[in-house]
Design a protein around this ligand. Structure first.
Ligand code: FAD
Length: 523
């Protein structure tokens, strides 16, 4: 492996080239900082590595063994993680929503969870910047939240049959709906083509119509001088004699290497960032770095993402088009007459045949296999699907910790403990009821409800109080001023919308802060 900065201290080393790491790499290197980015996985080549095939693209997820427990253990892998340059964005669905004002104020408004140390207004300019930078497509008027459009690029057209059925159901019931804001092009942008509705967004998008960090931020960072090193698994953050972070140790092809840096930024996502901090424990930091509060790994969240499938007399063909093209946020904020607080987004959500068969084989109607499964799966073309993105309240007992079992690097594996709370379950019941009503109002017969989750957030939450949080609102750890955390792990609550726009806006804000502060002695 050729390295430019093997024997030098760089300005910043970034661990993880995903949604957040990519934004940071671009911003810091364009501002003239010397940046090295290390990612555990490969540098993907969309034309060779992104097959139009469900099964052969599972490797885009983080596949290392994790020990899972709790009353609702999570299925880890392709559905909730990424590995390699681009991180989760290589195979994310591209739904690109902003959080609402209320998402930052769960404690003040509803007496649950915690308020974030920032509000919507702190992120608004960064949402604007990111959306413009990647040409988000969306409606002229988005009915919910603080931002109503217009988006930089026009909304997608035509939509999928599944989206039209969803919108018909919503209209019949008087539920507002909208074409979904997407990080997927509706017209040419830079050197990328518009989407032609192939529908393989979760397999990597071979034509590059869908945004990913791999094809947007990382090339720009490299152009500006950043060194991006794939297949480099960071195993430890190191401290100097002064107690400040002074670099990282990483493994490439079985060999250990060191990268010294003035600032260390962890953007390794919700499981690996806390794990790395805990695996970097020293006698001065016996519970792991940045963990004097005891909050490292705690209160991580997922979104509830239950699916409802309904059968129609006409063909729907769930494989057609971008998976999500229509949504409603009419149930996003706390509803006065509901038996739960907070809310959810609903999407019309396509499904390819393998995930359809996998889902229905395991639905709440009971297990299906053999002839029974075949009989249902053969009617795949007649099913429509809706999916929820439900807020899950933070619970300190939902946590990432270290298991006894070791991985190939000799490091303790991550243990991921997750259980839903009562509020989460009541919220899910409500959303499943609404999705069923919508599909029925469109003419379908509900046949399958499938419990599922999506997205991970939290585990290194931000806050003003160093005893109750890991980082400040800029991602700077309370304990070690030149150690930053910038990824989905800093979320305080999960909100009820897909998180990546917020992950990237936070990263752009952290980059500004680092650039403002980097001349000062405190960094
Ligand atoms: C199937 C799927 C669909 C999704 N759909 C949507 C959607 O439609 N809309 C939305 O908003 N969000 C969606 N998401 C979520 C989205 O992908 C994440 O929110 C986002 O990628 C998180 O960004 P991040 O920077 O925190 O982490 P990531 O993007 O996951 O990046 C983390 C990177 O760190 C690297 N890494 C980890 N540990 C180490 C280590 N020790 N050393 C070196 N490198 C390391 C990993 O390889 C990875 O590349 C989806 C996710 C998946 C998996």
């Amino acid at each position: 492996m050729k390295r430019r900065f093997e024997h030098e201290e760089v300005d910043a080393v970034i661990v993880g080239a995903g949604a957040a790491g990519g934004v940071l790499a671009k911003e810091l290197s364009e501002a003239g900082m010397r940046v090295v980015v290390l990612d555990a996985g490969p540098m993907w080549d969309p034309q060779n590595d992104f097959a139009s095939d469900e099964l052969s693209t599972q490797h885009l997820g983080w596949k290392d063994t994790r020990i899972v427990d709790g009353t609702d253990p999570l299925t880890m892998g392709h559905n909730n993680s990424g590995r390699g340059i681009g991180g989760g964005t290589t195979h994310f669905t591209g739904v690109f929503l902003r959080f609402h004002d209320a998402d930052f104020q769960a404690r003040s408004l509803d007496g649950v969870a915690e308020d974030w140390p920032i509000g919507y207004d702190d992120l608004a300019p960064y949402y604007d910047k990111i959306e413009k930078e990647i040409a988000v497509s969306g409606p002229k008027h988005f009915p919910w939240g603080n931002f109503h459009g217009p988006y930089p690029y026009p909304e997608r057209d035509p939509l999928s049959p599944n989206a039209y059925f969803f919108m018909k159901g919503c209209e019949t019931l008087g539920i507002r709906h909208s074409v979904t804001p997407l990080a997927i092009l509706s017209a040419p942008f830079e050197d990328r083509p518009p989407c032609i509705n192939r529908g393989f967004c979760n397999q990597g998008c071979m034509p590059n119509a869908k945004f990913s960090t791999l094809i947007v931020h990382i090339p720009k960072a490299i152009q500006a001088g950043a060194e991006v090193l794939p297949n480099c698994m960071v195993t430890q953050v190191t401290l100097g004699k002064d107690g400040r972070a002074d670099g990282v140790i990483f493994v490439h092809e079985g060999q250990e290497h060191v990268q010294k840096a003035r600032i260390v930024i962890l953007s390794a996502f919700v499981v690996e960032t806390p794990r790395l901090l805990m695996n970097s424990a020293t006698p001065q930091h016996p519970e792991g770095l940045a963990n004097s509060s005891g909050w490292v790994g705690r209160a991580f969240m997922t979104h509830s993402s239950n699916d409802v499938y309904a059968k129609f007399a006409e063909e729907v063909r769930l494989y057609k088009g971008t998976p999500v093209l229509a949504s409603t946020q009419d149930f996003y904020e706390t509803m006065p007459d509901a038996n739960f607080v907070r809310g959810y987004t609903l999407h019309a959500h396509g499904a390819r045949p393998v995930s359809f068969a996998h889902g229905i084989s395991n639905s709440q109607a009971g297990l299906l296999w053999g002839q029974g499964l075949r009989k249902k799966a053969i009617n795949y073309n007649f099913y429509a699907r809706a999916t929820m993105v439900g807020e899950v309240l933070p619970n300190p007992d939902n946590r990432i910790s270290l298991a006894d079992e070791k991985d190939e690097y000799g490091l303790p594996r991550a243990k991921v403990t997750f259980s839903y709370g009562d509020n989460d379950r009541r919220l899910i019941d409500h959303a499943v009821g609404k999705m069923s009503e919508i599909l029925q109002a469109a003419g379908g017969q509900v046949e399958f409800v499938i419990a599922d989750t999506a997205h991970l957030m939290g585990g290194c939450r931000m806050g003003d109080d160093p005893q109750q949080s890991v980082v400040n609102s800029f991602g700077q750890t309370h304990d070690i001023p030149n150690l930053f955390i910038c990824d989905a792990s800093v979320f305080v609550t999960s909100g009820a919308g897909n998180p990546t726009n917020t992950v990237m806006a936070l990263a752009a804000r952290t980059a500004d802060y680092i650039l403002e502060q980097s001349g000062q002695l405190t960094l």
